[in-house]
Every structure is written in structure tokens, then in C-alpha cells.
Design a binder for this molecule. Structure first.
Ligand code: FMN
Length: 212
């Protein structure tokens, strides 16, 4: 017996009627996000972000969605990190939300661009001071010799901070992902899942059903 066969799940979501899906995918995302909140999914705003380097070699990691509206999906990070370097070379990215309890996933493909400085400043100032300091001292994705080096840099920076506002470091800020396609996936019985894709056609969102 395969070691994973004992974990096999049967899916049985509410069937999706494509006509019931909203005309624009941002509204539909809001409907599903609210439903995820309603069933108390922990951090439903955690999303996998896939990027690719100049050779098309992909990498992915989880980041937190901090804002979304019809202009896009915003997260914050270190611009010099691996993801930041890859986005600067190749802005095409993919986002994935997976909400196991609801047997749902949402994929959003699009392009990432930096948020405006004032938007990044505003979000940076809303973070706890210790998180602000972590953003200053972490050279995200670079090799460090030890945990102790990181901790002492953090403590030293903490000592230097007085009660005045901490300035956002230039290497840290937001990206907004501007979607080109959305795919809403709902698990169904017998692996005959529902998949509804939205794609832009002459600035109009077209809804289509995909084979599972
Ligand atoms: C639940 C969760 C939330 C995370 N949120 C963020 C985030 O919002 N921003 C961020 O830079 N990293 C976040 N991380 C860490 C990233 O997954 C990743 O380790 C880090 O950004 C470095 O990625 P990179 O080397 O691919 O650039 C999160 C990790 C987890 C597991």
C-alpha cells in the first residue's frame, strides 16, 4: 500500500454553477475570502507566490496578502530577496490560495509591480516596532554565518531606536500583483472537480469552465 493512500480525502463541495459566479473575478474572490473567514480558516490571506528567474527556473514561497481591490493583490517583502530579484527580471508571477477545509484553491496569474513609496511607508508604519526592526536588519535570502549575528544586529538596532518614528528601509516595500487570469477550483466527488477560469478579453472578463 502506498504510504499516502491512508490520507486520501474524498471531496464533496457545493457544485459550482458558472452563472452564479460574479461577472468580475475580484468580487468573486471577495465572496470566497469572506466564506473562508466565516469558517475560521487560519490566515486565509496566506498565499503561495511563484516567481521565475531569467532562465525560467521557478521558485515559490508563502507571503501574506495585505490588501486587495480591483487594482490588484498587495504583499510586502524585501526587494533584494530572491523573489524581489526575480520579479525585477521577470514580473510574471502566480499566486495560489489553498483553503483545505473548504476544498478550494484560487490561482491568480499576473504581473507584479512595486507599490508607491507612500503606500509602502504607510504599511511599514502600521507594523509592530520589532517587525520594523527585523525588516531593517534582515538581508532576506542572503547567507548568514549564524543565528547569533542576526540576534545581535536586532538588539543593536533596537538600542539605537528612540521614540521617534522608524524610517522604512529602501530595500523593503510592497508589490502589487495585477491579475490577468483567475481560476477558482472547488473539489468535487469522484475527482470531477469544478474549475472556473476568468480571463481578460479586450478588457472584459470572460468566464470559462475547465476540465478537472
Ligand atoms: C505563513 C507565512 C507567511 C509569510 N509571509 C511573508 C510575507 O508577507 N513577506 C515575506 O517577505 N515573507 C513571508 N514569509 C516568508 C517567505 O515564505 C520566504 O521564506 C521569504 O520571503 C524569503 O523568500 P525568498 O528567498 O524566496 O525571497 C512567510 C512565510 C509563511 C510560512
Amino acid at each position: 500500500m502506498n504510504e499516502f493512500s491512508q490520507f486520501r480525502q474524498e471531496y464533496s463541495g457545493q457544485p459550482i454553477d458558472i452563472q452564479q459566479m460574479t461577472a468580475d473575478p475580484f468580487t468573486q474572490f471577495r465572496v470566497w475570502l469572506d466564506e473562508a473567514f466565516a469558517v475560521n480558516i487560519k490566515e486565509p490571506n496566506a498565499m503561495t507566490l511563484a516567481t521565475a528567474d531569467e532562465h525560467g527556473r521557478p521558485s515559490c514561497r508563502v507571503v501574506l496578502l495585505k490588501e486587495f481591490n480591483n487594482n490588484g493583490f498587495t504583499f510586502f517583502t524585501n526587494y533584494s530577496s530572491r523573489k524581489g530579484r526575480e520579479i525585477s527580471i521577470n514580473p510574471h508571477v502566480s499566486l495560489l490560495f489553498f483553503w483545505f477545509q473548504q476544498q478550494r484553491q484560487i490561482r491568480i496569474d499576473g504581473t507584479a509591480e512595486k507599490t508607491r513609496e507612500d503606500e509602502s511607508d504607510r504599511y511599514f508604519q502600521s507594523r509592530p516596532i520589532r517587525s520594523q526592526i527585523a525588516a531593517i536588519v534582515s538581508s532576506q535570502s542572503s547567507v548568514i554565518a549564524s543565528r547569533e549575528i542576526l540576534d545581535s544586529a536586532f538588539e543593536a538596532q533596537l538600542d539605537r531606536c528612540n521614540s521617534s518614528e522608524i524610517k522604512r528601509p529602501q530595500h523593503w516595500g510592497g508589490y502589487r500583483v495585477i491579475p490577468e487570469t483567475f481560476e477558482f477550483w472547488q473539489g468535487q466527488a469522484d475527482r470531477l472537480h469544478d474549475r472556473i477560469r476568468y480571463r481578460l478579453d479586450n478588457e472584459v472578463w470572460v468566464k470559462e469552465r475547465l476540465s478537472p
